[in-house]
Design a protein around this ligand. Sequence first.
Ligand SMILES: [Zn+2]
Length: 449
Amino acid sequence: MGCLTQYEKYNTWNEINYFITILVLTTSHISMADEITNYRLHINKINQEACNLHITCSFSLNFQDADSVSMNFGGGQEFSIDNLRIDDKEFEYEYNLKSKNIVFHKRETQTVQVNMDYDYTNLSAFFIYGEGNAELWESSFGEYYYPYVPNTYMNVTMNVATPDSLSLICSYPLKSAHSKGYSGRLQNILSQSLTLAFIQNDAYQQTREYIPNEIFIYQIKDMECSDKRYKELLQLTKASIDFFNRIYGEDYISKERNVMTLPTYLFHNGKGFSNRYNIGFISASQEKFSTYPDIYPLVHEIGHRWLGEWTLLIDDGEPGAYFIKESLNEFMTLMFIRQFYGPESYMTQIEKCRTEYNTIKGTPQDEPIVNMVENNNNTIVYRKGPLVLDYIAKEIGYEELMKVISKFYQKYAGKYPLKYMDFINLLNECNTATGNKLDLLLSTQTLYL
Ligand SMILES: [Zn+2]
């Protein structure tokens, strides 16, 4: 059954309300984005030790109706930021180590010019990627290495100076000029989405392919995968992108969404790691990529282009945050497997989910999925979540559930704040009472599916 066929009158009302809500949201978005203008970020990696950067940052700050403006700033450790210099003639500020933010207080001037200069030590990068040949700078790991107002959109003029031994991959494309580093003007980017990867040139083998769009692959020299695995990567990347393009009704590359290229693959040899989708690039373990029996987790990362932390702006700590940001995308990954390899392969994956869930079933680790407000229980988020969605799909049809998830993306991507109930309500609208059923399953501790 298609959406919006039932309750037509009800929905007309709903859409009018929705339209008004969008107007209000759009207006508030613009005003929020207007707070910060002329944002310039200069990052220097020359003569810096591992996991260190020197950063110069400047912007105009318009207080608008507020007395103060708070920006995320700083890292998990007390000594992330060193030698902080701020010219504070026109305003007051306080930098809060614990809450990792910097608060600017208005004096008289409505719009002030902020100039900051500091050294930043990224200990997450040190612990996660240490002793490897790449160094990743990720706000999503709690390293706020540049100041920003979260969940707003901003323009950034950016410039990164690198020594000859390093190359840079950024979440958004930058121009590189020989011996001058990298630069670019990034338009309307989600404020927290700037991720950097510095890679050691002599450690990596770079290849370029066309599928048919250009794609780059970085592999650790002497750890490169087999030809067979390499072909599999290209084939799965192309097939999954085609699949998701169709399901979500929106191409991978989209100017509107600020996704300008296919993802660069960065296979690294950091000692602790997780696979990551960072808009312009996907990072994953070289060893796993070369040796594991399958590379479905990379399809999951491709899927994050549509469903994940950069589009579904639900805050950590909110009920169902990781059902929204991760379980939905993992289920869609399984939907790709079902379509590409057939129902039998899909059932094999679902049975794997069941087997893994059964190992914690009824134990204290077996929490309701809706309680996953931080990404700290893989079995619940990536196994129990898809099991529940499979149960719902069997009731209403796989195509129908995919349609609802696609509609959810189209309606809510990029909008802040997003709540778990937005998904439940949409499912109820499309399929009477199914949303409530899903909500009940997600709120139940031990499931017998
Ligand atoms: Zn994920």
